[in-house]
Design a binder for this molecule. Structure first.
Ligand code: FMN
Length: 192
């Protein structure tokens, strides 16, 4: 089992929307991924992860609205048509987009960092599940993901947090090479 798991983990690659081919993921697979996400660890069982799933017309509409946010909130000197068009085009070849956000508990009993961590763990479950199903995925925080205007667009409360946009689809392109820059040994200190 560890060999299979290792293969899923190490062969997973981030695939950009432009490299996807437009093929649709069936909804059962999307449900499977969300079920995996729901098994993330959660301190005090707050289960803070939330998912907004976009596909078809809903996906095109999200990308249009995302691009409109970029236009409305970007300094005219910094605005580029290429980026504006890029945000719209991100929806063209992907099958589904899942916006993942952290739902902050009104009591705030659990530290914020832990609720963010739990939601990130749920996202990683989706990434690994997608890899196991042969689905390409990009965890993106591009465009206006973290801009304050994104929350009202999605109907989120002020204390909620958008964690990322998961673009999902299929690709026909060769996978990018997997690489890590910092040797693992430099990230570990053992105390025996
Ligand atoms: C929190 C987070 C945000 C990311 N945002 C972006 C992004 O906006 N655009 C992008 O191309 N990749 C994004 N990525 C993907 C990383 O670029 C990718 O994970 C990294 O290059 C390592 O490649 P790998 O996932 O194939 O191992 C993000 C990853 C994480 C964890």
């Amino acid at each position: 089992m560890i060999d299979t798991f290792k293969q899923i983990v190490t062969e997973r690659r981030s695939i950009k929307p432009a490299s996807m081919n437009g093929k649709k993921i069936n909804e059962t697979a999307i449900h499977q991924l969300l079920e995996l996400a729901d098994w993330a660890p959660t301190h005090a069982r707050t289960e803070p992860w939330r998912f907004i799933v976009y596909t078809e017309t809903g996906l095109q509409k999200f990308c249009q609205e995302h691009a409109a946010l970029y236009k409305a909130h970007t300094d005219p000197e910094k605005f580029t048509t290429a980026k504006y068009q890029g945000i719209i085009q991100n929806g063209e070849k992907v099958s589904h987009l899942i916006v993942v956000y952290m739902k902050r508990q009104p009591t705030k009993k659990i530290p914020l960092v832990e609720e963010i961590a739990a939601t990130a763990a749920a996202m990683e479950h989706i990434l690994l599940g997608a890899q196991a199903l042969g689905i390409s995925c990009l965890w993106s925080t591009g465009g206006m993901t973290h801009h304050e205007s994104m929350k009202p667009m999605l109907g989120l409360a002020e204390d909620d947090m958008v964690m990322g946009l998961l673009y999902l689809g299929y690709t026909d392109e060769p996978l990018p090479e997997g690489k890590r820059n910092i040797p693992l040994a430099e990230k570990i200190s053992w105390h025996k």
